[in-house]
Ligand binder design. Structure first.
Ligand SMILES: [Cu+2]
Length: 461
């Protein structure tokens, strides 16, 4: 939440344009394959506040953002050393370049953290607390004059990194941190942190526990303090009077240990929380499964149709601010077809049994992902030193091309190529009201409260 200070408002209006455009992590790409909007991401549930900064440096939400302590159903598999890309949006359901990832006035740093949370379950360890380490960061580039947030916008909200090759197999939270300095002057210090997490299962030939050097360990909240030089940096001075120091610990990028028989795993394990193969259609962390079969029974026909609508309602109810295009497709195409069949007294079904409704509509959007931002930095070093500028986080000895182009259980491969819904342009969330038969999306299910947001922003920055 923004500090409701009129003093701060005055300063901000003097130095920076008023803006609504904060940011939220909406989408993961694994080796360039979209996992679907919202899938595996612990996104804030309330669409009207989903892009807001974290209130207070000691807030437990600093770990994984608002609602980030709660697990989501799906966990995305990725090999150690794989390419991981993130998409940030200033409105949850509107991908850049329609809107910027974050308002241009919000200059600051980006960072990626990891935390191993268990060998058996994503639930073995909570988000907040010890165990975090930073694998990548980016601050101010003196040569180009660009901030990390400028690069994020010029890449249409995308940031790509390589995961370290030396990560042990298991469940991880990956944490994105964007820190911006538009509300920091010589008199007021109110940096903004935009934090989100996603659930990963990292496959690896390494099973032994990760040994994180003490200098690289982070307990979150608590990994930054208000007096850190990176949090008090004045971006309105020209020229800058000092070098920007990226907040948080130095990056730690564990390279692969030598492979021996004793630590070699097949890493063929199916992670708990992988998107089920039985999903006919997916929306974020919801999956629609086939409705019950029936023959020569009117009652069973309507019961199966109701099962479909019930699944659709659960989809809308669970849809995060990144959108509900899959829920709408489910209701409009599958449930409506079942309803129509029962109404026309075709009591054998469900119709189109075995048809796949397209996996995940959101993965149809074409995106150009940037190359990994840590390909060349820190090569050969397993732990970086704090940097005053540039980006940090070693590329290491293996390139992403050493891994398959899609993860072992790639979400997108679970279903045949989806078809484009009628009347919906590629890449656009359906904006029309859902049919009267469909449950209305809840107020928080889409980040579309623009009118409300604009009103708020006349007071807060
Ligand atoms: Cu702001």
């Amino acid at each position: 939440m923004h500090p409701p200070s009129f003093f701060l408002l005055g300063l901000a209006t003097a130095f920076a344009p008023l803006s609504t455009a904060h940011t939220v992590l909406t989408t993961l790409f694994i080796n360039d394959a979209s996992q679907g909007d919202g899938t595996c991401i612990r996104m804030p549930k309330d669409g009207s506040t989903c892009t807001y900064p974290i209130a207070g440096l000691n807030n437990p939400d600093m770990a994984c953002g608002k609602d980030g302590q709660n697990p989501v159903a799906f966990t995305c598999p990725i090999p150690a050393g794989g390419k991981l890309s993130f998409e940030f949006r200033s409105y949850g359901d509107q991908p850049p370049p329609k809107q910027p990832a974050i308002d241009a006035s919000h200059k600051g740093s980006t960072a990626i953290y990891l935390k191993s949370v268990g060998k058996n379950s994503i639930l073995d360890s909570p988000a907040a607390g010890q165990g975090w380490f930073k694998i990548f960061d980016d601050g101010y580039d003196k040569v180009s004059g660009l901030w990390a947030t400028d690069k994020l916008n010029s890449n249409n909200g995308h940031l790509s990194i390589t995961l370290p090759t030396g990560l042990p197999i298991g469940y991880y939270l990956v944490r994105t941190e964007i820190m911006t300095l538009q509300n920091v002057t010589n008199h007021v210090v109110a940096p903004q942190f935009f934090v989100n997490c996603a659930q990963l299962f990292i496959s690896s030939s390494t099973a032994s526990d990760l040994s994180i050097p003490s200098a690289n360990k982070a307990s979150i909240p608590g990994h930054v303090s208000a007096s850190d030089p990176g949090l008090t940096f004045n971006v309105y001075e020209t020229p800058y009077k000092s070098d920007f120091v990226i907040p948080g610990p130095a990056t730690f990028f564990p390279a692969s240990p030598p492979t021996t028989k004793s630590n070699t795993l097949t890493s063929a394990k199916e992670p708990t929380g992988a998107v089920p193969k039985t999903c006919l259609l997916k929306n974020a962390n919801w999956c629609g499964v086939q409705t019950p079969a029936y023959s020569n029974s009117e009652d069973a026909c309507w019961a199966s149709a109701q099962n479909c609508w019930d699944q659709g309602k659960a989809c809308f109810d669970s849809a995060p601010p990144s959108g509900y295009s899959g829920c709408k497709k489910w209701n409009d195409e599958k449930c409506q077809a079942q309803h129509d069949a029962c109404a026309s007294k075709d009591f054998n079904g469900p119709p189109s049994m075995g048809t796949n409704w397209g996996g995940d509509v959101s993965t149809l959007r074409k995106v150009d992902l940037p190359p990994v931002a840590n390909a060349n930095a820190g090569a050969g070093a397993s732990a970086g030193k704090p940097t005053e500028e540039g980006n940090n986080g070693g590329g290491g000895e293996e390139t992403p091309s050493a891994f398959p182009s899609t993860p072992p259980q790639a979400v997108s491969s679970a279903a045949p190529a989806p078809t484009q819904p009628v009347g919906q342009k590629e890449g656009e969330e359906p904006m029309a009201p859902v049919s009267s038969l469909a449950p209305a999306p809840t107020a928080g299910s889409s980040c579309g409260g623009h009118r409300r947001r604009r009103r708020i922003v006349t007071v807060y920055v």
